[in-house]
Ligand binder design. Structure first.
Ligand SMILES: NC(=O)c1ccc[n+]([C@@H]2O[C@H](COP(=O)([O-])OP(=O)(O)OC[C@H]3O[C@@H](n4cnc5c(N)ncnc54)[C@H](OP(=O)(O)O)[C@@H]3O)[C@@H](O)[C@H]2O)c1
Length: 309
């Protein structure tokens, strides 16, 4: 099969378009013919060796853990899916990803694609939407009527987080730059702060939850907008436990995991028109490098996808 691989950690030059064997699958797994894969910052971070001590990487490695496609073959224990079923999933990040014609998934990672959006749009959903859900509801226990600040509300995680928080009945403030203000408004945010023109920590106070996807000074300043006993959840590294103690707030991080059942709930919300999926740009499999470089620029509005076939 055609795939984009890396043979060692490094820069964009490591990305190699090549022919490799179709992967083998186990009795409880499905082999999926990839139609499209979503780009996430974890792709280029992994390529660069981020967290490599925690990975047991076998090279060549295929990046890209969002997938939408058709079930090609099923393991002997699989009854929930059959050949030809259209599925989407976040793949297991400890294994090969979906920048390839085929990927192997455990069945509990996969869900049936939403009926009302394209396979390309479906590929943009899993990792970012599952992250937003995990952060808002597993980690922060967001409740109706609560106030939440969502940083990078125009990004992959942020776009889903704004919409999920609104569905849950929260009051949502979001940070973004001038160019994305109308986009974030269209997602349903109640209040938008242009982080390049205004310091959010000077405007907002007594918030219940902050979702940080930026880290650094943004994370540090976020403590100031929370009420006592509020919660700061972060998709990047939780930085300062001392600040959390000083402000009497909970500071929580975490790593998203595949979750087919939850993804099926998200598919339902998409089909009910409650969640919109914005794909800013589509690339071909030979253009993974350009797609990763764009992701690395930190300027993506919504999501990028790679169409494989
Ligand atoms: N822990 C986990 O399991 C997990 C899961 C998913 C993602 N992550 C991490 O979470 C981070 C965000 O991921 P993502 O997919 O949402 O990224 P992304 O889609 O690449 O984010 C891009 C967005 O960030 C906005 N942005 C950049 N700097 C900003 C700032 N200082 N303040 C506010 N907005 C800013 C940009 O808006 P402007 O162009 O308007 O500036 C752009 O729309 C990444 O570091 C990723 O690796 C972790």
């Amino acid at each position: 099969m055609k795939a984009v691989t890396i043979h060692e950690y490094g820069g964009p030059d490591e990305l190699t378009y090549e022919e490799i064997p179709v992967p083998e699958y186990g009795p409880g797994e499905i082999l999926v013919r990839v139609h499209a894969t979503g780009i996430n910052p974890v792709d280029w971070k992994t390529r660069e060796g981020y967290n490599k001590e925690r990975r047991n990487t076998k090279f060549p490695l295929i990046l890209g853990w969002d997938v939408a496609g058709a079930v090609a073959e099923t393991g002997s224990l699989v009854s929930r899916f059959k050949t030809g079923d259209l599925i989407f999933a976040m793949a297991d990040m400890t294994r090969n990803g979906a920048e390839a014609e085929y990927v192997v998934l455990k069945t509990d990672a996969a869900a049936r694609v939403p009926a009302t959006i394209s396979l390309e749009q479906s590929a943009a959903v899993p990792l970012a939407a599952l992250t937003a859900w995990m952060m808002l509801f597993d980690k922060a226990n967001l409740q109706p009527g609560q106030h939440i600040l969502i940083h990078a509300a125009s990004g992959g995680v942020g776009s889903f987080a704004v919409q999920l928080a609104k569905i849950a009945g929260a009051y949502v403030a979001g940070t973004t730059s001038e160019a994305n203000i109308d986009y974030v408004k269209s997602l349903g945010a109640d209040e938008i702060i242009n982080y390049k023109a205004e310091d959010f920590s000077g405007r907002l106070k007594d918030y219940d939850v902050v979702l940080d996807t930026i880290g650094g000074e943004t994370q540090k300043k976020s403590f100031k907008v929370l009420k006592r006993d509020g919660t700061l959840v972060t998709t990047v590294k939780p930085q300062d436990e001392n600040l959390a103690k000083e402000y009497s707030v909970r500071l929580q991080g975490g790593l998203v995991m595949p979750n087919g059942a939850r993804l099926q709930e998200i598919a339902g919300l998409i089909d009910e028109g409650k969640i919109k999926v914005h794909v800013e740009k589509e690339f071909g499999l030979k253009e993974v490098r350009v797609a990763q470089e764009y992701s690395q620029s930190g300027k993506v509005r919504g999501k990028l996808i790679v169409k494989v076939q």
